[in-house]
Design a protein around this ligand. Structure first.
Ligand code: G6P
Length: 369
């Protein structure tokens, strides 16, 4: 097992560090920047269906559901296709309205999650085309779907999902970009810029990983907290949910993710000097709005850990701690802002002496209903 961990203390840490390579593996052979094209057989073969779809319904569970939420922003923003994101377990039991004019995208790392599999079968029974985004090749979901795209993240052993999440986002981004081009909802220069920026993501993750020691120091200060809030807006709202999920899963600290603007409708009541609040406050995407949220937190003495763009000064002046990440397009930012949140939960759990790779009560794949 020590050899399998490749010199890292835990699989989770190894998998966090594998993300630059995993993302590269995800887009290799699909993103052809010189030719300015994206090639994905499963999408190409079903292009008509995608272009004629009234809407896309994404079904998934857990972290994969969060990847679906990020995809909702990308698909609607770039490809202008209406998207709904559903927990597979809710979708399958509520007699959903779906027709052959809809497309279902099922996202699953393992390809074995019972609720997701059942949701797929239900959609198929209504004549709906189902596209799978799986990591495990030949898994039940990969076989049950009409077409799909693998994430190529490689085996993920840690129960808390890390590289599966960022590679799912990568695949979904490639699909959204391909459809945007086909629909003409994105200009050729915008498309090229996305390809260029996508290719720079692995290096930017490497750079984000350099904050590891700093994040460990912050973790030490907050490891004994009972609660933690995570806030983000737009593309980074699902990242806040995922950050909170990671902390809950492996450190057993109660954490909640919220869209920053919703803070005033409830979570703000929880804020006092004992509440750490992780805020994703990168430059692109509602920056000024997030800054005013940070001011509201500060005036209530909450402890602010902000994820900021390199060189930021405005948030730095307000926050208790800042963790810098390289700048990228807003639409690609979840791939970068997720990294410090993974490290934060990892270090807190390690400092608390928890079983990081196999947290209590959780399974890597939930094959029961
Ligand atoms: C379990 C795992 C999570 C995962 C979820 C969905 O709860 O612990 O990490 O996100 O199942 O799994 P899937 O394999 O369908 O992505």
């Amino acid at each position: 097992e020590q050899i399998e961990k490749g010199g890292y203390d835990h699989f989770m840490l190894k998998e966090i560090h594998e993300q630059p390579k995993a993302i590269n593996d995800t887009y290799r052979g699909r993103l052809l920047r010189q030719e300015a094209i994206i090639k994905m057989a499963g999408v190409e073969d079903n292009m008509k269906k995608f272009l004629n779809a009234n809407r896309i319904i994404i079904v998934a569970c857990g972290t994969s559901w969060h990847a679906g939420l990020v995809a909702e922003y990308i698909f609607e923003d770039l490809a202008r296709i209406p998207v709904e994101v559903e927990y597979a377990s809710e979708f399958r039991y509520r007699n959903p309205i779906i027709t052959e004019k809809d497309i279902v995208i099922a996202i699953s790392q393992s390809g074995e999650t019972a609720d997701t599999l059942a949701a797929i079968k239900l959609a198929k029974s209504k004549g709906t085309f189902v596209f799978g985004v799986c990591n495990v090749v030949g898994s039940s979901i990969a076989r049950e779907t009409h077409a799909g795209a693998y994430t190529h993240a490689g085996p993920e052993i840690g129960v808390a999902s890390t590289k599966a999440f960022t590679t799912q986002i990568t695949v979904l981004t490639l699909i959204a970009l391909r459809l945007s081009r086909a629909k003409g909802t994105i200009s050729s220069s915008e498309f090229r810029q996305h390809l260029l920026e996508l290719e720079m993501i692995p290096d930017k993750i490497i750079s984000a990983l350099k904050s590891d020691t700093h994040i460990k120091e912050i973790s030490d200060l907050y490891k004994d907290s009972r609660n933690c809030l995570y806030l983000g807006r737009g593309y980074n709202f699902p990242v806040a949910l995922e950050g909170a999920l990671k902390l809950k899963e492996i450190s057993y600290i109660h954490a909640e993710g919220y869209p920053a603007a919703e803070m005033k409708h409830g979570p703000i009541a929880l804020i006092d000097e004992n509440m750490p609040i992780v805020v994703i406050a990168t430059k692109k995407g509602h920056y000024e709005k997030v800054v005013s949220n940070i001011q509201e937190i500060k005036s209530r003495k909450g402890k602010i850990i902000a994820i900021v763009t390199e060189g930021d000064t405005q948030v730095r002046a307000l926050a208790d701690h800042v963790i810098e990440v390289p700048e990228t397009l807003e639409s690609l930012s979840p791939l970068i802002t997720t990294i410090p949140l993974q490290l934060l939960s990892y270090h807190i759990a390690v400092l608390l002496g928890k079983n990081v790779d196999q947290p209590r009560n959780l399974a890597k794949s939930v094959t029961v209903e």
